[in-house]
Design a protein around this ligand. Structure first.
Ligand SMILES: C[S@@+](CC[C@H](N)C(=O)[O-])C[C@H]1O[C@@H](n2cnc3c(N)ncnc32)[C@H](O)[C@@H]1O
Length: 157
């Protein structure tokens, strides 16, 4: 099983790229993680914001491999503890489908992208900037993989 992180916004600051790369490297054996960056839809004076969001959604949908199990990162989704995430990961492994995680841009995920999601996952009530969500997601996946493999990285809260 592979995982793909599809996120709005290109050319992240070096510290974001380094954080995601660190956890991707640690995940490479158990859950290889590809990162796909989608260009931010054009915003600004005279631009239609709904159009920008729907363009982002269309590009996201095009980047989802056929048959993937899709999880949208969404503040209105279900909140999972790290232990619950490890249980989710064990269930996802049983599905035998590749995983796709969607992270929206400054205006959130497009309705079409949310509609494609099989599950919605909230990291809690705080609204987090999307670059930080990338790092938290990669770290929590590594924590879940470690927990399932009885690796000492996860010691519980
Ligand atoms: C700056 S937030 C967008 C906020 C937007 N106003 C909204 O209501 O979705 C950018 C993206 O980061 C992710 N995100 C931010 N905070 C989150 C949280 N607490 N839980 C899950 N995902 C979150 C979501 O994918 C969101 O689309």
């Amino acid at each position: 099983m592979r995982a793909r992180l599809i996120s709005i916004g290109e050319r992240m600051p070096a510290w974001v790229a380094a954080g995601v790369a660190e956890y991707s490297k640690r995940l490479s054996h158990d859950l290889p993680l590809d990162v796909i960056e989608i260009a931010l839809g054009a915003r600004g004076k005279g631009r239609d914001l709904a159009r920008a969001i729907s363009d982002e959604g269309a590009a996201m949908l095009a980047a989802i491999p056929k048959g993937a199990h899709v999880i949208a990162l969404d503040g209105r989704g279900s909140v999972w503890s790290s232990e619950h995430l490890a249980e989710q990961l064990a269930r996802w492994r049983m599905l035998g489908q590749d995983l796709v995680f969607l992270i929206g841009g400054p205006d959130g995920l497009a309705p079409d992208a949310l509609a494609r999601a099989n599950q919605r996952w909230s990291l809690g009530p705080l609204t987090l900037p999307h670059p930080i969500v990338r790092i938290v997601l990669a770290e929590q996946l590594y924590r879940a993989v470690s927990q399932l493999g009885n690796h000492p990285y996860h010691r519980g809260g």
